[in-house]
Design a protein around this ligand. Structure first.
Ligand code: GUN
Length: 282
């Protein structure tokens, strides 16, 4: 058996085409959704991520700008910058690229972003709202994973799902969304005992660790759906957690790296920015 490839680029392109139509409608009412991204420092990967976010926003008709601050920027200066954006009615979505330089307390920064403009969904207020089941912004990678699963021909109701990795950005929120979709979720992490036994019985595996080679053929059930969130650069190549070639022989469906979850994450930044622009009109 050869797994169905869950083509993130195609799924993202279709989703963005719909977003573009909605952006057009909003613009006809005189509102141009705006995403403003703050980048601190010169990390190469972060620079390419934020450029990609800006380009993707502009491609669907949004306006977007990058505020690029020096590596030595103080926490106070960054908080002031966020404060200005919070007060600017033309800015609908604010995203501060992480990680931040060590002199800056990330939590303070995330708490400073106005919850109604927090399109990453990283402000603790929005995290709390997610768990309380009230209007919020859901973090983009988990939202993207759920969109991909819609294309995997699997009804999550009652299914055994293993999520590997318990980060605040991916593992924990996606476990929450999967639970809401009535799956039975096991959240695995570095201290988990007998991870292999859990994986072998799972109908869906979401791996979000950043450890190439972690998920091999021998721990995957025949026909299981595999979502690979890993993105580690190995010899200049983006590499997932899943040993793709061998796992595709047994899985029912699988996401490639690159071209799987990644394009959906950016798509959901755009989705949340549009949502923020719409909510601001209410
Ligand atoms: N750094 C890596 N992923 C992300 C993300 O989704 N949002 C932000 N703000 N920074 C990141």
């Amino acid at each position: 058996m050869s797994a169905k490839v869950l083509d993130g680029k195609k799924i993202a392109a279709d989703y963005r085409a719909n977003l573009a139509q909605e952006v057009e409608q909003l613009k006809a009412q005189g509102v141009t959704p705006n995403l403003t991204v703050i980048l601190v420092g010169n990390d190469g990967a972060s620079q390419s991520y934020v450029n990609n976010k800006k380009k993707s926003a502009e491609k669907i008709g949004m306006s977007s700008s990058i505020i690029h601050l020096d590596e030595s920027t103080t926490e106070v200066a960054l908080l002031e910058e966020i404060d200005k954006l919070n007060k600017d009615d033309d800015v609908h979505g604010i995203l501060v690229q992480v990680p931040l330089p060590k002199q800056i307390d990330e939590t303070k920064v995330l708490e400073k972003i106005a919850p109604e403009k927090d399109v990453d969904g990283f402000n603790p207020i929005n995290i709390g709202r997610l768990y309380a089941g009230v209007e919020t912004y859901i973090p983009c990678t988990p939202l993207g994973i759920m969109e991909i699963l819609k294309h995997a021909d699997i009804d999550l109701e009652g299914k055994d799902v293993a999520v590997i990795g318990r980060s605040h950005i991916v593992g924990q929120p996606v476990a929450k969304l999967l639970t809401d979709a009535n799956a039975t979720v096991t959240l695995l992490h570095s201290r988990s005992k007998d991870m292999d036994a859990v994986l072998k019985r799972s109908d869906v595996i979401v791996s979000a660790v950043g450890k190439p080679g972690l998920v091999t053929k021998d721990v995957v059930k025949e026909g299981a759906v595999i979502v690979d969130v890993g993105n580690t650069v190995v010899d200049g190549k983006l590499t997932g957690d899943v040993v793709y070639d061998e796992v595709s022989e047994v899985a029912g469906a699988i996401t490639p790296v690159p071209g799987g979850v990644g394009p959906l994450t950016i798509t959901m930044v755009l989705n949340n920015t549009l949502l923020a622009a719409k909510r601001a009109q209410k």
